[in-house]
Design a protein around this ligand. Structure first.
Ligand code: A2P
Length: 305
């Protein structure tokens, strides 16, 4: 029997370096992770596939592990959807995914990894999400993925998808941490049976940032709760996500931090601690999508509106 719904805690693999990600996945599966979040665009799926193969050969059961991947923006046309999914499956050395997401609500010309000029984009009007979705539904019917979802979708983009689809999205993966709680989206998701998955839950510490962009792991409240409970700030942030009822996928390639993060998924925060963390919300997006809105037909208003 496979897992029915997305496990709340998982391993993120965005920016997991080659020659590093395979060991991270093997170590994670060995110590009890049961959810690995992947994407074609992370360009590390074949190494993850080798790690799956070796882990499944050494006693871990594929059906006990939840695997998510994501359709890249250049494969939204219905005729490209199935081959993109099959390519990911071949890289991951799996015969099916548990969840396949539309990575962003924007489209590129086929074969363009990252557009550098406006012409390399496709207008979403020319490839509506509904058409991409129908092709994804066919993939479910063929057994290539068990569930479907989206990432970086706002309420306005989720609404028509939920209303018009035969197979409903089960997950919306978005940036979430106490500085970007997205409470309206969370309420909408709860009302519509969609689970939110939190990406960059530690505030994407690898990012270069301007002076106004405070690192959430250095926030006074996060640090003081961590000290009081003898935890790390990262553990407080992971516990906040789980206690709030979202799924969360911190990335790490370090064995000690992999273990620490998994342990955080069992930590209970008190009502007061949750309230203190909830009070930090200020709508701060670390991943603001501007890489898709310069020299592009897409605007920030479209992306987050
Ligand atoms: P590393 O792989 O060396 O552990 P996010 O998921 O928000 O993008 O954060 C991922 C980043 O946070 C990675 O750079 C990762 O580095 C680091 N990280 C992961 N777990 C922890 C932790 N428990 N404490 C501090 N940093 C962490």
């Amino acid at each position: 029997m496979s897992i029915e719904t997305i496990p709340l805690f998982g391993l993120g693999t965005w920016r997991s370096e080659p020659n590093e990600v395979g060991n991270a996945v093997k170590e994670a599966l060995k110590i009890g992770y049961n959810h690995i979040d992947c994407a074609h665009i992370y360009q590390n799926e074949s190494e993850i596939g080798e790690a799956f193969k070796s882990s499944f050969n050494s006693g871990i059961n594929r059906n006990d592990i939840w695997v998510t991947s994501k359709l890249w923006n250049d494969s939204h046309r219905p005729e490209h959807v199935k081959s993109a999914l099959k390519h990911t499956l071949s890289n991951l050395k799996l015969d099916h995914l548990d969840l396949y997401l539309i990575h962003w609500p924007i489209a590129f010309k086929h074969g363009i990894t990252f557009p550098s000029i406006k012409d390399e984009y496709e207008l979403i009007e020319n490839i509506p999400i509904s058409e991409t979705w129908q092709a994804l539904e066919e993939c479910v019917k063929e057994g290539l993925t068990r569930q479907l979802g989206v990432a970086n979708f706002t309420i306005n983009k989720l609404k028509p998808l939920i209303k018009n689809s035969e197979i409903k999205p089960t997950v919306n993966q978005v940036e979430l941490h106490p500085y970007l709680a997205q409470n309206d989206l969370k309420d909408f998701a709860d009302e519509n049976g969609v689970i939110l998955t939190a990406y960059s839950p530690l505030g994407a510490p690898h990012l270069e940032r301007n002076v106004d962009m405070i690192k959430i792991m250095e926030d006074d409240i996060v640090v003081s709760i961590a000290k009081e409970k003898d935890l790390s700030p990262a553990q407080v942030l992971i516990a906040w996500a789980i206690n709030r009822g979202t799924s969360v996928i911190p990335k790490s390639s370090n064995p000690g931090r992999l273990k620490q993060n998994l342990e955080a998924s069992y930590i209970e925060l008190s009502k007061t601690e949750m309230e203190q963390l909830n009070s930090l919300d200020k709508g701060l997006r670390y991943i603001d999508g501007t890489f898709f809105t310069t020299k592009s037909p897409y605007t920030t208003e479209y992306l987050w509106g």
